[in-house]
Ligand binder design. Structure first.
Ligand code: SF4
Length: 466
């Protein structure tokens, strides 16, 4: 019987079926960072346990890292304490850490694929929801909580139930000015933020196959925002070309052997799915969120819907979204004034994102009333962008060029919204308070759209600038 990647990778990593019916699943790669690990390491100490497979565990610093001055001790004592703890914990438990002086530091979901740690056919876990990102290379990758971080550190295994599988097919080709971010925001708009609960998403179809690996990483990154436990793309030549030559990827003949296996784990024609959803890629336009979750979005040419257009159960959230954002049903999203523009995050902080952003930055200058930040997702992204001169394009246009980190994706470092500021953001969550101000407002969109908004001073259609 034809099988899916989920079937094959799950089976290959199954240690046994537990009495609860869950699977004891072996974890091939465990990525750790400073926010969700201090308690887990402390629990290991209290239990007198070591890390079971330090060779499969890698750490970085990302959430709390300042993106201006990175000289220690950090100005924020909390950030300094968390960095110091992470450095100490990885030292005590003999784990590699991509610290600031490594040249490889960055957001955990940027550096995993970038370094070739994340490979097809793997199971990958990390104490962060957006671990779904790594599914883009053809892996089963999911976020876990702190007690599960402890479990993986101690045993390299997790107790997990296998989710159902929905294939999400995107047919046809995207139009110019439409990006991977618009695909995933459209999927979440159509299927809902809870639409994926109980499911994993397999992204497929011509529009997905045409995406570069970095674009696939953007799509898989937001699987969790659609409620899916994880999302993946079947490995293909794009995957193999991306992984080849990366520092932690198999080299030489080992790479060729790996490719043979990676090819064998892709879903087979005729495999059955618990559900299939189809969308027309050609019909997708640049998307902007108007509300307080990533489902509440419209195409840039459209108007904000009324709560009455939503199912009864969702109307209170629609009303809350309109009230928080200060929008009225029927308002066009185009023209919504912004105060802050942020390009970065594990969704859109990669080199190709910065290239797309720079193309638009060449068209004008940041509006006088807008504070605009470009934050590379990793030190390596920063280095590559600087080698291409992208930082000069951004600074000439009035953007601030920052150092690698999570930055304004969430309010855990100095980059925060102030008061009711409205932000055009390339990140993944527009939840109330997400960007550090309880009254701050976030409009999610692609990096190109963020830069277009920064120049116009308001939401605009990037297609008119390209
Ligand atoms: S960039 Fe945002 S979503 Fe991604 S790991 Fe950092 S805080 Fe989490």
């Amino acid at each position: 019987m034809a099988r899916t990647l989920l079937d094959k990778v799950w089976e290959a990593h199954t240690v046994r079926t537990l009495p609860s019916g869950q699977t004891q699943l072996f974890i091939g790669l465990h990525l750790v960072h400073e926010v969700t690990t201090p308690q887990a390491f402390q629990m290991l100490r209290e239990l007198g346990l070591k890390v079971r497979m330090p060779e499969r565990t890698f750490g970085t610093l990302d959430h709390i890292i300042p993106t201006t001055s990175q000289v220690r001790p950090y100005a924020d004592p909390m950030a300094e304490e968390m960095a110091a703890q992470m450095i100490q914990n990885t030292k005590d438990f003999k784990l590699p850490l991509f610290d600031l002086d490594s040249g490889r530091q960055g957001i955990v979901h940027v550096i995993g694929p970038e370094l070739g740690l994340s490979q097809p056919g793997m199971t990958i876990a990390c104490g962060d929801s957006h671990t779904s990102t790594h599914g883009a290379v053809g892996a089963i990758a999911f976020g876990i909580g702190t007690s599960q971080v402890r479990d993986v550190l101690a045993t390299q295994c997790l107790a997990m139930a296998k989710p159902k599988l929905r294939q999400v097919r995107i047919d046809n080709a995207l139009a110019k000015g439409v990006y991977a971010k618009d695909i995933i925001l459209t999927i979440i708009q159509k299927l809902g933020v809870k639409g994926g609960v109980g499911y994993a998403y397999e992204y497929a179809g011509p529009a997905i196959e045409r995406l570069t690996m970095e674009e696939r990483l953007t799509v898989c990154n937001m699987s969790i925002e659609g409620g899916a436990r994880f999302g993946y793309v079947n490995p293909d030549q794009t995957t193999f070309d991306y992984v080849r030559g990366r520092p932690y990827a198999p080299q030489g003949e080992a790479f060729d052997r790996a490719v043979t296996w990676w090819k064998s784990i892709a879903s087979e024609p005729g495999a059955s799915y618990d559900d299939v959803a189809r969308l027309d890629g050609a019909a997708i336009e640049p998307v902007v969120t108007w509300g307080i979750n990533p489902e509440q979005s419209v195409g840039v040419s459209q108007r904000i819907p009324s709560p009455e257009s939503a199912p009864e159960t969702e109307r209170p959230t629609y009303r809350e979204g309109l009230a928080h954002m200060g929008f009225k049903a029927g308002d066009p999203i185009k023209g919504a004034k912004i105060d802050v523009a942020f390009v970065g995050s594990c969704t859109n902080g990669r080199l190709s994102d910065l290239r797309a952003a720079a193309e638009v930055a060449k068209k004008g200058k940041v509006a006088k009333h807008v504070r605009a930040l470009i934050v590379p997702g990793s030190q390596q992204v920063a280095k590559a962008a600087e080698a291409e001169g992208l930082h000069e394009i951004f600074t000439a246009a009035g953007f601030q060029w920052r150092k690698a980190g999570c930055s304004m994706c969430l309010g855990m470092n100095d980059d925060k919204l102030q008061g009711r500021e409205m932000s055009a953001s390339s990140s993944n969550r527009n939840f109330i308070g997400r960007q550090g101000s309880p009254t701050g407002r976030t409009l999610l969109m692609s990096p190109a759209m963020v830069v277009a908004a920064a120049i116009a001073g308001a939401v605009t259609d990037v297609r008119e600038m390209l």
